[in-house]
Write a protein that binds this ligand. Sequence first.
Ligand code: GLN
Length: 280
Amino acid sequence: MKLKEAIEQLRSGLVGVAEPQEVQAMIRVICEDVFNYDPVDVALRQESELPEFAQEKVNDIIARLCRHEPLQYILGSARFHGHKFKVTPAVLIPRPETEQLVDLIVDENPSSDLRVLDMGTGSGCIAISLARALKFAQVDALDVSRDALAVARDNAVALKVKVNFFESDMLSPQPPAHYDIIVSNPPYVCWSERDAMDRNVKDYEPGQALFVPDNDPLLFYKAIAPYAARSLDRGGHLYLEINQRFGNEVKRLLEAEGFDEVRIIEDSFGKVRFAAAIRK
Ligand code: GLN
């Protein structure tokens, strides 16, 4: 099978599965990850013969994408903050919005040797990206899921950073510690919002990492905020990813916990998506 035939089969097999632009992006990732052809190779080597396994692989990918399985789970990896992270169905697929959270933290914290905690680390994408981008940071990360921690540990090894991972449920209070930065992208989607979500999210991604009860949408923030208030040193920063519907509520909660300079920040799509605050 030639490269151009593989691309043509993917293009026609995926009509209606996603918007043409998204299909184009998927084909680019498939060429790169499965066949090792970067976009320049793809442009120049349309006639190249692919290895034996290519036809079976293309069929398998098309069949799975037609069942709305996320491409990142099919390939076992996702790109985040300039790096390739291993992902399995035990972890949420890193989102581009969350890259902005990492950028915000890196931009606002230029000093070195900061002590950082990531609560609910999943694939480890936030913790590992911060360990790579902040100068000599000492990064801890926790998650309740042992399977997620195994993925996060593999990612830290592959991306050559030291992160201390802990198995811990952020809903039950941990002993306070000393941090300069605490960050979390906890579950924040209400169960009632589930119906409106894409099938690739609701049928495949871990519900445990996504959903909160409708009658307690701030469940995780109510645990994180008091813990951060005790564990951040004076002047330390708390950064959260939040549900766009609850910006005001999160702001009030952080103020009630005694945080200063509480900000609610929009993502690049113009949606309320982050909260930041400083420990007095
Ligand atoms: N941003 C994710 C989504 O919309 C949700 C992430 C989360 O619950 N922390 O699917």
